[in-house]
Structure formats: C-alpha cells, structure tokens
Design a protein around this ligand. Structure first.
Ligand code: MG
Length: 368
C-alpha cells in the first residue's frame, strides 16, 4: 500500500463558552484546527487533526501546521502508511523538530492501519482497559466566583476532575483555588494549572496559602529548573506539562523526582506513535498521566480516547473531551461524554467519519 494523496483542511472551532483564557492574559475564542486526509493506492483514506492552543501556548500555530504538512507531503508519497515507525523516521529525517506538524500525519496513518487490519486504534495500542475513560474539565481563567460557578455547573454535568486556569496574580489565584475547592465533593480532583504564568516566588506563595487543601499544582513556571525548585519546597502533589515534550525530558524529570504526574499531549510529542512510547514508559515507571492534546475537535478527541482507553486505569490521571467545548462538529463517530466519561470507539481505526460539509474544500492538495 502506498500514499498517493494528502488533502489538508482548515476548520474554525468556536468555543461554546465564547472564550478560553489562561495565564498571562492569553485567550482564544476560535480555534484554528487542521485536518489531514491521507489517501492510498488501495482506496483507503485515514484522517488526522492538529489544533494548537492559539499561537502562544506551545511553539505551534495553525498556519505553521499547514506549511509543515506541505513540506512533508512529497517525502511521504510512495511510503506505506501502515509502516508507521518508518513513516515517523521519514518525517523526522525530512523535517527537524516541529512535532505538532507530524502529529496529524502520524494519526492518519494509525487510522489507516486500523482500517486495513479491521481493528480499533485502542486495540492496536494494547487493548481497552475498563469500560470508559474519566475526563477533566478545564476551567477558563475568570474571577474566582465565576470559576466556582462554572465548576458547580460542570459538576452537575458529571465531571469530577477540574483543572483551574491560574497563573495570574497571587492573591487572585489563592482566591480562585479556595472558591472552587469549596464547591467540590469527596473524591473530586482539583488541579491548579499555572501554565508557566508564575515566578517561583509566586508559586511558593500560592502553594503555601492553600497547602491545607486537596489540590495539585501544575507547571508553575516557564523554566524546568524553576519548576523543580518550587516542587522541592512545597508539600502539594505536582504535575509537569509544558516542560515534558519527549522521552528525554520525561526521563530527566523522573530522575529528578520532579513530578507526581505528567500531561501527555499528542501533538506536543509528535503524534500517537511517540505519545504511545511515552505512555508505555510512564506505565513502566509508575507515573500517572493526563492523556490529551493541546486542543482539538472530534478527530483529536477520538485519538485521545484510543490512547487513554488503552492505558491501564491506574495510570490514567485524566483525559479531555475537547469536542464538547466547541460549537462545530467535524466528524461522526467521535466519543460523546456521558457522566464525565468517554469511550474509545470499537470500530476500525479511529472510528470516525469526517463530515464533508464541515471540512469544506481542501486548502491544500498534494499528489504523488
Ligand atoms: Mg497543563
């Protein structure tokens, strides 16, 4: 089987809440998502998606994804999409870095491999553990009372895990964490995610002020060394996200005892193949994971579900159903949240079928 054509679509994904805001005054109102369709000489097509969290969260942005796919496409023609390690080697040789560009292409190859073998991606990645995957809800940064109200509302919808967007002024963040903690029930999980927005001293002041609460602190500072310094001085459980972008950073952080859990974002690490490698390593090392992506629509949500559902439950800290945050549906068959949980499809591949009208015309088409 050979890759013969790659089509690229651009889709705007507006937010139901209108705006998603996090540290340092950053926000997004309409997400710029990119969908790829890889076609083969045997008539099978696979789909992938990449959706950066705006242009200023990770070194990734929508037009960059599309330019990078154009760079990679000529290298992929004639390659067998089911030989996924080889596909990744070809991409890594042709374009240094730019993991998020490679993510939708790798994802589409997994979709093809599943369709060819008539197995779901979750099955190909090890088989499903448990009936469903527990989800967290990200709570956009707002005044404390608004965030507490939103948590109460999402709790009504069945969520039991909440990730507060903090990383603002110390006094405000302390108030946010306290206000939300007040609305939680026994067993609920609360994470205060600063998204690199604090200086080390800010992080210490917030953590000291809420140390009597059951809350995780996530990615306080930009630099890994500063996160480690904070980690070494506080008693609260600690999560790393932005600093963990591959096996080398994971192993360094593990050796430094720098975290209690990590966030694996599919596009941050370069696709499902590399995310699976890190996932398997975390299982072996005993590190719980949030398995997710930077953002996305139905196709990314499906990919998250397959990777998460094929992860032993003990190591699943949480996952995200991004398709429930946005107003546009781009595929049929994607996971739908029920009581704060979702399931990976048992259909072949990712188990999704794009909605042609939602994708529109391709913005780029590459042919062998
Ligand atoms: Mg995070």
């Amino acid at each position: 089987m050979k890759i013969t054509e790659i089509r690229v679509y651009q889709v705007d994904l507006p937010l139901k809440e209108g705006r998603y805001a996090w540290a340092d005054g950053k926000f997004v109102e309409v997400f710029d998502s990119t969908v790829v369709a890889i076609s083969t000489d045997e008539g099978i097509t696979g789909y992938g998606e990449v959706c950066p969290l705006g242009p200023f969260y990770l070194p990734a942005y929508g037009p960059g994804a599309r330019a990078g796919i154009g760079e990679l496409a000529p290298h992929l023609f004639g390659e067998d999409p089911t030989a996924i390690a080889r596909i990744n080697a070809v991409m890594d040789r042709a374009l240094l870095g730019h993991p998020y560009v490679k993510s939708p292409l790798d994802m589409a190859c997994w979709d093809i491999l599943g369709k060819v073998t008539k197995q779901s991606v979750a099955q190909l990645m090890g088989g499903r553990f448990g009936e469903s995957v527990e989800l967290y809800r990200a709570i956009s940064q707002q005044p404390a009372a608004e965030m507490a109200k939103n948590v109460a509302g999402y709790r009504e919808e069945g969520y039991r895990k909440f990730q507060l967007k903090v990383g603002g002024r110390v006094a405000d963040d302390i108030e946010r964490i306290r206000a939300v903690a007040d609305r939680l029930g026994p067993g609920d999980i609360l994470v205060a995610d600063a998204n690199t927005g604090w200086l080390a001293a800010d992080a210490l002041r917030v953590a000291n002020a809420v140390e009597n609460l059951d809350v995780f602190i996530e990615q306080p500072c930009v630099a890994y060394a500063n996160c480690l310094a904070v980690r070494e001085h506080i008693s609260l459980p600690f999560i790393l996200d932005e600093n963990i972008d591959g096996v080398d950073t994971l192993l360094r952080a593990y050796a430094d005892r720098a975290m209690d859990a990590v966030n694996i974002k599919i596009s941050k690490v370069g696709g499902l193949s590399k995310a699976r490698q890190i996932r398997d390593l975390c299982v072996t090392l005993g590190i719980p994971m949030t398995i997710e992506d930077s953002w996305g629509g139905d196709i990314i949500t499906a990919a998250i579900a397959h990777l998460a559902h094929s992860t032993p439950e003990r190591y699943r800290f949480s996952s995200t159903d991004f398709n429930s945050y946005v107003t546009v549906q781009i595929a049929e068959g994607a996971p739908q949240r029920i009581e704060g949980r979702m399931q990976a499809s048992q259909e072949a591949g990712l188990g999704i079928e794009p909605i042609t009208a939602a994708l529109g015309e391709p913005v780029a088409l590459y042919r062998a």
